[in-house]
Design a protein around this ligand. Structure first.
Ligand SMILES: NC(=O)c1ccc[n+]([C@@H]2O[C@H](COP(=O)([O-])OP(=O)(O)OC[C@H]3O[C@@H](n4cnc5c(N)ncnc54)[C@H](O)[C@@H]3O)[C@@H](O)[C@H]2O)c1
Length: 351
């Protein structure tokens, strides 16, 4: 079977990880690059040995015979680019956060469904090796009743992603989306949430601390904590720590991927770290490996005609939690989740 042909749109900071990961992925190759700033696309083209370079995505989609596009631009441009790909009947991967509003996100899912193209959100945190290991370990422990998923750091992220300091919606929109998705990954769907936000660093436009309490449909409680203002003894960026408590035991993913599992038989501990690729750069190894894993999953889904785990439709449930968290923080009251509705019409309950 010949390799699937992909075009990559948006050649900025994170695209480098996608490009390295595509080189590790079997069954697909990136054959064309596009960025509004052609010099960025040209730079990656030389580094990764890709011949075709464009500054206009429509032109790339017209000229190249592509099976899919991989969109790595900021969320404001996601909807027009996804709809463009759907018009060209090309399968689409789109980076998180999916869109700046739930209305846009639903329209994107509907456009892909109408065009019959597969749509995956590049929600990679659930593909990190330690997350997969924690989920597997929790599987044998009975019904989960409590979860805590947390990101507490003082890492100066603004030098590599300066746009984050300018966005009036910061930590929930950019990182919270990953942790809210992890809450769904570990504990199922959310029924209601309550959120408080703070801005500790006065130089930022948006919130840099958020605390979200999730009432899960199962009856469990899950706490999602986010902070870029936490000057702690150990700086763990970009690690996500997890605690899961179930009827028959618990799982804890601690610093440096230490996975402790408590069962009726006792306690076992091991390190559940990622595979480290030669191109990986500390401290991002787990993120970088997860990019390879999600892209390999994408290729397998396209080949086998399967829906990706983080399809656009699935991700509507995650992105609603993001906007719900902001609404709760603004109003001071819990947000009732409605994402049990159909992505294409936003009215009918999903089966
Ligand atoms: N999953 C993760 O761990 C992770 C980490 C970092 C960033 N991201 C996500 O990746 C996306 C990009 O972030 P970044 O830090 O790489 O941004 P960036 O600003 O470094 O790069 C974005 C690039 O997109 C280009 N672009 C914008 N609109 C375009 C268009 N219409 N056509 C072609 N090119 C266009 C810009 O010129 C720029 O080069 C964001 O959605 C961000 O949230 C994800």
């Amino acid at each position: 079977m010949s390799n699937l042909r992909g075009g990559l749109i948006g050649c900025g900071y994170f695209a480098r990880n996608h490009l390295h990961a595509w080189q590790e992925t079997s069954g697909a190759s990136i054959v064309a690059l596009c960025d509004l700033d052609a010099s960025r696309a040209q730079g990656y083209a030389e580094e990764f040995g890709i011949e075709a370079v464009y500054s206009d995505a429509d032109e790339m989609l017209r000229d190249e015979s592509l099976d899919f596009v991989d969109i790595i631009t900021h969320p404001d441009s996601h909807r027009p680019l996804v709809e463009l790909a759907a018009r060209h009947r090309v399968h689409v991967i789109c980076q998180k956060p999916l869109a700046p509003s739930l209305e846009d996100a639903r329209a994107m899912v509907a456009a892909c469904r109408a065009a019959g193209v597969t749509f995956m959100v590049h929600e990679n945190f659930r593909w990190r090796a330690p997350m997969r290991a924690a989920k597997e370990a929790a599987g044998g422990l009975g019904k989960l009743f409590f979860g805590r998923i947390y990101w507490r750091t003082a890492f100066e992220v603004y030098s590599r992603q300066p746009y984050l300091a300018e966005d009036p919606r910061f930590i929930i929109y950019d990182v919270g989306v990953h942790l809210l998705d992890l809450a769904r990954f570990f504990m199922g769907e959310v029924e209601q949430l309550y959120c408080q936000i703070q801005r500790v660093n006065p130089k930022l436009k948006g919130e840099d601390v958020a605390t979200i309490v999730l009432k899960m449909a199962s009856g469990a409680t899950c706490l999602v904590e986010l902070s870029y203002a936490s000057k702690l003894e150990e700086e763990l960026f970009p690690q996500v720590l997890v605690e899961l408590e179930a009827a028959d035991g618990s799982v804890s993913l601690g610093p440096d991927f230490r996975l402790a599992v408590v069962t009726r038989d006792g306690v076992t501990c091991r390190t559940a770290g990622p595979h480290i690729f030669p191109w990986a750069s500390a401290p991002n190894e787990a993120t970088q490996e997860s990019v390879v894993r999600i892209q390999q999953h994408w290729v397998e889904c396209l080949r086998e005609g399967r829906e990706p785990e983080t399809s656009g439709d699935d991700n509507l449930r995650t992105i609603e939690l993001v906007f719900g968290a902001y609404e709760s923080a603004e109003t001071g009251v819990p947000y009732q989740v409605t994402a049990t509705r159909c992505g294409s019409c936003a009215k009918e309950p999903r089966p």
